[in-house]
Design a binder for this molecule. Sequence first.
Ligand SMILES: [Zn+2]
Length: 423
Amino acid sequence: MTNDLLIVHASELLTLRGPKRARAKAEMSELSIVQDGAVAVSDGIIVDVGKTESVLKEHDAKGVDKIDAKGRVVMPGFVDPHTHLVYAGSREFELELKAKGKSYMEILQQGGGIYRTVSDTRSASTDELYQQSAVRLESMIAHGSTTIEAKSGYGLDKSVELRILETVKKLGADYPTDLVPTFLGAHAVAPEFKGNPEGYIDFVVSEVLPEVSKRKLAEFCDVFCEKGVFDVHQSRKVLLGAKSLGMKLKVHADEFRSSGGAELAAEVGAVSADHLVKPSDEGIMAMARKDVVGVMLPGTPYSSFSKDYADGRRLIDLGMPIALGTDLNPNCWNESMQFTISLACHKMRMTPAEAITASTMNSAAALGLEKKVGSLEHGKRADILVLDIPKHTHIPYRFGTNLCYLVMKDGKTIWRKHQSMAT
Ligand SMILES: [Zn+2]
């Protein structure tokens, strides 16, 4: 059999072999680990997976790139299904205010919060916006993310929302990672529509959405459905508008209180509902019935000094397939799925295996990519990580450091540990 890359002798090869859909309940604990495992790759596609001995019998090792992963974990690349990658500026000054106990409203009054980022993003040049976002993207790749969703939502007008999505497109073309673009024009009420969310929603649906669709700039449409932002009625308007234009749907749902977001996600056939810190039981059951993936973002309460984490244990036990994302944004500058996994274990009572499934197979499903990435199986893209740890349980255990040794996209090494060190 032909192949051009062999990875051999992994101490643990996490294949996540199984049905090509989001995994729920006990399935989330099953990583299908092969000890002394190997992967054969041809033309960027996985052609064999198994014990090193049997893979070497089938595949000629002569003249092909061979990576010895002895003592290391080999696993699918992380899929980060929820990021606000493209924005300008930073809001590090808010950390001190939060530490002193200031409320979100007080921070807003002192020039912080989302409108600070909207202002910074609107005034940034196209080149500045690209450069600032590219630095983050490089860091995400270095931490093992090989497929990344990226939302708009810091323009809140027509031209800047389009500019953000154009920037996502250019970054996706320039960097060896897949970026999945999402239009989140309804992220907050634009300053020009203060006190008039209904008017802003009408503007988004009639003026911005059609242009996004015409220029094919977004695969998904998302909306911030939350009491005090956009209610269920307004959110439904945006989602159905996007659906009629052929976009897939996501919902920022029930982050601060149960606002009907989970129910709405099930009703409109969303691919995922995200945050879900306070969903109702009915909302959870409706999502489970309609196979809506629940995307949990534990970086957000962490960076917000909040004790309110989604109850991962309860949601898994109720049958919801759970994915994890960084929620990278100026309030939660988290570029690492490894750290997100650690937070999920420590703060949401997920096990290491569940959190890994949630960051690979289930997060692929949260982007509709479950047939292409998220597991190491014959026919899937060779998006592969070699980690500098002997067992997968070290990922949440050793937090705050980058455990990647090699990051591969389509069978090509795109990041390597110590790559910048002089030798
Ligand atoms: Zn978000």
